[in-house]
Design a protein. Structure first.
Length: 296
């Protein structure tokens, strides 16, 4: 087993291949999530931000795990379940790299490989913290797309990176300042597995984008990930988030997908998105919990 550091877009593609090869309804990551996490903010595609690190673990010519330290106190990881020892190595690497007094990791409840390594490494599941819940939808049971009065639903055009970035930023501005801009969204649109025909918006009578839903199709598994969805504050309460998501899901089915996944907050402190997805027919499955350890 060998490890090397992240060196650019080719390595992200290799990490996505691992996610695709090992995907199941209880997997931590879908390949589309990695693309969004990497490219939604202004970045140098060949370099990591200060305070960020990614390691890839190899057996022969195949990557069997990775650790993505998004910050000194926050780690994400994916491990091939056939190589459980890699999970322990990822956590040891993170401990050596990080100088944080408390470290956090997100893990899918019931992932025996990762949970065992976390427990061995001194982490504890924090049921008192916000959590997320994987939801799945069989695309054979899709509901019809509604026709919201005064609005049009359509896919994004390849030359609309700036407008598409703007609607996302306005939709999410109440939660936290968004890092998405025209340049970063342009890079996102060039990244695998982005498809403009699966990136949908609702536009008002003036043609302005007011809601959006992005879906990522993994052609290997036939599973699409919904990430992210948003509606600008002045147009909420009209069913636009659900309508534009359904439109994108119908396009996903037409593209050959069989299943859709989304992972909203599962706790009651932020229930709105979960209600929207469940109203569309998504059914909750496993929780994604935060585990922490103190380095005192």
């Amino acid at each position: 087993m060998t490890r090397r550091d992240f060196s650019g877009p080719d390595d992200l593609r290799i990490m996505q291949d691992l996610c695709s090869r090992t995907w199941s309804p209880t997997s931590r990551f879908h390949p589309g999530q990695l693309a969004w996490s990497r490219y939604f903010r202004p970045v140098d595609p060949h370099a990591l931000d200060d305070g960020e690190a990614i390691g890839l673990w190899w057996e022969g010519r195949q990557v069997v795990g990775f650790g993505w330290a998004e910050a000194p106190d926050w780690l994400e990881l994916q491990v091939d379940p056939l190589h459980p020892a890699v999970a322990v190595e990822v956590l040891e690497w993170f401990e050596e790299w990080s100088d944080a007094e408390e470290q956090s990791v997100m893990a899918v409840e019931g992932d025996a490989v990762v949970e065992s390594a976390l427990a061995e490494g001194g982490f504890s599941a924090r049921l008192d913290l916000p959590y997320f819940t994987h939801h799945l939808l069989d695309l054979r049971s899709l509901r019809p797309v509604p026709d919201p009065s005064g609005y049009t639903l359509r896919p994004v055009r390849p030359d609309e990176a700036a407008a598409r970035a703007d609607v996302h930023t306005r939709a999410w501005s109440e939660l936290a300042p968004s890092q998405v801009d025209a340049a970063s969204y342009g890079r996102l649109m060039r990244a695998w597995p982005y498809r403009a025909d699966l990136d949908w918006v609702a536009v008002d009578a003036t043609g302005a984008m007011v809601a959006s839903a992005l879906v990522w199709l993994d052609p290997t598994t036939g599973v699409g990930l919904v990430e992210p969805v948003g509606c600008t504050p002045e147009h909420r309460g009209r069913g636009l988030a659900g309508a534009v998501t359904l439109a994108a899901l119908h396009a996903l089915r037409e593209a050959g997908a069989r299943l859709a996944q989304v992972t909203p907050r599962g706790d009651d402190a932020y229930p709105g998105p979960r209600r929207v997805y469940q109203a569309l027919g998504f059914e909750p499955t496993v929780r994604v919990l935060t585990w922490t350890r103190s380095m005192d």
